[in-house]
Design a protein around this ligand. Sequence first.
Ligand code: KG4
Ligand code: ZN
Length: 343
Amino acid sequence: MSDLLLLGIETTCDETAAAIVRRRGDGSGTILSNVVRSQTEAHAEYGGVVPEIASRAHVEILDHLIALALRSAGITLAQVDGIAAAAGPGLIGGVIVGLTTAKALALAANKPLIAVNHLEAHALTARLTDKVPFPFLLLLVSGGHTQLVAVTGIGEYTKLGGTIDDAIGEAFDKTAKMLGLPYPGGPEVERAALKGDASRFALPRPLHGKPVPDFSLSGLKTAVRQEALKIAPLSDEDVNDLCASFQAAIVDILADRTRCALRLMLQKGLKPNALVLAGGVGANQAVRRVLHKVAADAGTRLAVPPPELCTDNGAMIAWAGAERLARGLTDDLGTAPRARWPL
Ligand code: KG4
Ligand code: ZN
């Protein structure tokens, strides 16, 4: 099969992104350009993403980013083989902006449209960066999603477990907010945790040892709040120790739940070629360290895209579009944006 050049557009949350990716006939891929504009500053004063502000910011900058992605890759729109956009799940205003733009370009340039599931894009990124063959176990941990998924092919996803309340990234963000740290909280908590004593607070590990690899984070969050209230006002040292204790609990939870999912996969007769870590929380070094060990103990390896491809970006959408287009999977211009879209 010949090479495919894809434009990818991502607008499901608070990053506006566009990228050009080449997929070769042998299934390998190269990123030709990958431009991301984070809206973090616009949302920071509200302590979280404000959907209306997000969709307006996408509208303002997306055209410019697409032009920049094309220019940086040294190509024109006429040279791409397909236009991929995240069609969900996500904040619906943002999804509409990205998908409608992709439809307009596809119509004007007479190119196929590929409506990509944002979660599928996270799932497939490790095939671009690490050439991971199917099957593999995906641990997707972001601000909006926490899932363990057996991936056996394009479009073949079996969810083994997920969160019954908060997502892990959300737990990081809420904990940070509670402790007076800025948004987004994940990197702030990680930084504070490095200076803290993880053994000072005994925090719960909900669902530990349960036979289904589900997650529950709200009890942990509440426990952090209760400990904080007991010792308020908090010194810097208190905040560091709370962050370290919280992160240690998250690390234990992720290790236990992932071990459970790996066992389930083996029971289904699927030997995973890798444990793939995706989503923004995958940028956390303590999380990476423990999952490396979990994978090795199970006789497999950890595959983690570099941090800039773990968080939301256009290259993952372009790549998922290329994987689909290579199999003849395209979408018509009537495809609807979806706020909810399980894998
Ligand atoms: O995948 P992503 O960029 O966007 C979503 O689709 O949600 O993930 C963002 C989430 C945020 O909750 C952020 O706090 C978290 O990932 N995150 C981290 C770290 N970097 C980002 N969590 C823990 N440690 C980090 N270093
Ligand atoms: Zn994401």
